[in-house]
Write a protein that binds this ligand. Structure first.
Ligand code: ATP
Length: 204
């Protein structure tokens, strides 16, 4: 899998958030997208995920040797971010089973619940989860879905120290041979990444 960015730019109204991004992202590498608040990290990730469209330039997705269109790339990726939604009416077990009916998971539902340490909450509705429990579920859905691309935006928001370590322990185990992109301004979230993309260097 390769994602090729050619002269990529995004503007809202008349303001360029970034422009002139020329990069090639490859399987087996992990990229940290870094920059201050409002610098454009989430905007960049949403473009890569095909959720929003470039104002300039293009994104090419190549799976094996085949080109994949931007509106089809969701089939190859998982994304966990502040703007990704959980289905609040479902219980934990229902949510995981529903997800597993749509996308192939790498582990059975019961094992994921155990890995989450949420056995006691398996029949609790997501709307009654704490913000940290919801964040962990988002991460588990991303970590244990079969996909060639793993996108994480602010992955440890609302997590306590023990769960930050849970995230740090699992990340290398689920990243094998994927393109991993992590948007963050916390070093402990992205220290695993061997590549850095500084979004502020594409301002002008
Ligand atoms: N839909 C939108 N319409 C207009 N402006 C937007 C929109 N989405 C984002 N922006 C603007 O784009 C800029 C970059 O926002 P973005 O959320 O990408 O930053 P970020 O680096 O992820 O920030 P943070 O670290 O605070 O999450 C901000 O000025 C923001 O107001």
């Amino acid at each position: 899998m390769i994602i090729e960015l050619k002269d990529l730019g995004k503007k809202y109204a008349r303001e360029w958030i970034f422009k002139g991004v020329n990069l090639t992202l490859e399987s087996g590498k992990a990229y940290a997208v870094i920059g201050g608040n409002g610098s454009g990290k989430s905007t960049f990730l949403k473009l890569l995920a095909g959720i929003s469209h470039p104002s300039k330039g293009e994104i090419k997705y190549i799976v094996d040797t085949n080109k994949v269109e931007a509106d089809e790339i969701w089939k190859h990726l998982v994304l966990a971010g502040p703007y990704t939604e959980l289905i609040e009416e479902f219980t934990l077990v229902e949510h995981l089973k529903f997800h597993a009916s749509l996308k192939k998971m790498t582990k059975p539902v019961d094992e994921i619940i155990e890995i989450l340490g949420l056995e006691k909450s398996k029949n609790k509705q997501i709307q009654d989860f704490s913000s940290g429990m919801k964040q962990k579920l988002k991460l588990a859905l991303a970590f244990f879905t079969e996909a060639s691309i793993l996108f994480l935006d602010e992955p440890t928001s609302n997590l306590d120290q023990r769960n930050i370590e849970w995230y740090q322990d699992w990340l290398p185990l689920v990243s094998n041979n994927k393109i991993v992109v992590i948007c963050s301004n916390q070093v402990y979230e992205y220290e695993y990444c061997n590549e850095r993309i500084s979004i502020e260097s594409y301002k002008k």
